[in-house]
Design a protein around this ligand. Structure first.
Ligand code: C2E
Ligand code: MG
Ligand code: MG
Ligand code: MG
Length: 257
C-alpha cells in the first residue's frame, strides 16, 4: 500500500470529487468541499478512509497534499478563466503544517493559476487547530486577511480548548457527523447539538452540519439555527464534469460562491 501510494502521485491516480454545501437560510449553494479519491489501477476507486491514515503515518500525506493544492488551484484557475467562480474548500493534514514552506507554496500555487484567495477555503481538524503553533496560527490569520475562508472540521470529536478556540482566526465550524446522526430520535443529541451551535455562534462562526442524510435532519437543524448543510440529502461528492453539470442544472438558481 505504501509503495502504491508513493507511485500514485507520479502516475496521476488521484482525483478530486466536489460536494456542494447548501444554505438552510437562503437555499443557495454556499460552498463546495473537494474530497480526495484514489483511482487504484487494480482495486478501482478508493475512498480516503482506506489510505489517508497510511499516508498520514508514513508522511506521504505531504506529497499527496501538495497534489491536492495544485489540483484545486489548477481547477479553480480554469473555472475562473471561463468566468465561473466557485469557492472550494480542501482538507489540510496536520503533517502539512509541519513544513515551514507550506504557506508560501500554497500562496504560490493559487497565484500561479491567477486564483483570487477569496475562492479558497481551508479545513483543519479540531485537533490540528488546537495543536497549531503560534507561527502557524499567524500564517492562517494572514491568509484569512487575504480572503481565505477558514474552517474547523470534525468539530466535536477532538478536545477543544475553548480559550484557544476563541482566539483562532475562524469563519466556519463543521459539526462532526457523529453529533448529527441521532438528532431525529434522541432528545439528548438535540440538546447537545443546540448547545454546541450556541457556543459556535457565540464566537461568530458559521455552522456547517456534515453528513446530513435526511430532510428530517435538515429540518431539525434549520429550526435550531444551523446555517449550512453538506450531505447526501441533496448532493453527493461528484467528479468535476458531473459537479459542473449539477451546478448548472440542479443547483439552486441564485448561487453564490
Ligand atoms: P471530511 O473532511 O470530514 O469530509 C466529509 C466526509 O463525509 C466525506 O467522506 C464525504 O464524502 C462524507 N459525506 C458527505 N455527506 C455525507 C452523508 O450524507 N453521509 C455520509 N455517511 N457521509 C457523507 P470522504 O470523501 O470519504 O472523506 C473522508 C475523510 O478523508 C474526510 O473527512 C477527510 O478527513 C479525509 N480527506 C478527504 N480528502 C482529503 C484530502 O484531500 N486531504 C486530507 N488530508 N484528507 C482528506
Ligand atoms: Mg482538471
Ligand atoms: Mg473536510
Ligand atoms: Mg468532517
Amino acid at each position: 500500500m505504501e509503495k502504491a501510494l508513493t507511485e500514485a502521485v507520479q502516475r496521476g491516480e488521484f482525483v478530486l470529487a466536489y460536494q456542494p454545501q447548501l444554505s438552510l437560510v437562503t437555499g443557495e449553494l454556499v460552498g463546495t468541499e473537494a474530497l480526495l479519491r484514489w483511482n487504484h489501477p487494480r482495486d478501482g476507486l478508493c475512498l480516503p478512509g482506506l489510505f489517508i491514515p497510511i499516508a498520514e503515518s508514513t508522511g506521504l500525506i505531504s506529497e499527496i497534499g501538495d497534489w491536492v493544492i495544485g489540483e484545486v488551484a489548477a481547477t479553480l484557475g480554469s473555472w475562473h478563466r471561463e468566468g465561473f467562480d466557485r469557492r472550494v474548500a480542501f482538507n489540510v493534514s496536520p503533517r502539512q503544517l509541519d513544513r515551514a514552506d507550506f504557506f508560501d507554496r500554497l500562496r504560490q500555487a493559487f497565484a500561479e493559476n491567477h486564483v483570487p484567495l477569496s475562492l479558497v477555503e481551508l479545513e483543519f481538524t479540531e485537533t490540528a487547530a488546537m495543536r497549531a503553533s503560534d507561527t502557524v496560527v499567524a500564517e492562517i490569520a494572514s491568509l484569512r486577511e487575504d480572503g481565505v475562508r477558514i474552517a474547523i472540521d470534525d468539530f466535536g470529536t477532538g478536545y477543544s480548548n475553548f480559550a484557544r478556540l476563541q482566539k483562532l482566526p475562524l469563519d466556519r465550524v463543521k459539526l462532526d457527523p457523529s453529533l448529527i446522526v441521532d438528532i431525529e430520535e434522541s432528545d439528548k443529541a438535540r440538546v447537545m447539538v443546540q448547545a454546541v451551535m450556541q457556543l459556535i455562534q457565540g464566537v461568530e462562526c458559521e455552522i456547517v452540519a456534515e453528513a446530513v442524510e435526511t430532510s428530517a435532519q435538515a429540518d431539525i437543524l434549520r429550526a435550531m439555527g444551523c446555517h449550512t448543510i453538506q450531505g447526501y440529502v441533496f448532493a453527493e461528492p461528484m467528479f468535476e464534469t458531473e459537479y459542473l453539470a449539477w451546478t448548472r442544472d440542479a443547483a439552486p438558481s441564485r448561487s453564490v460562491a
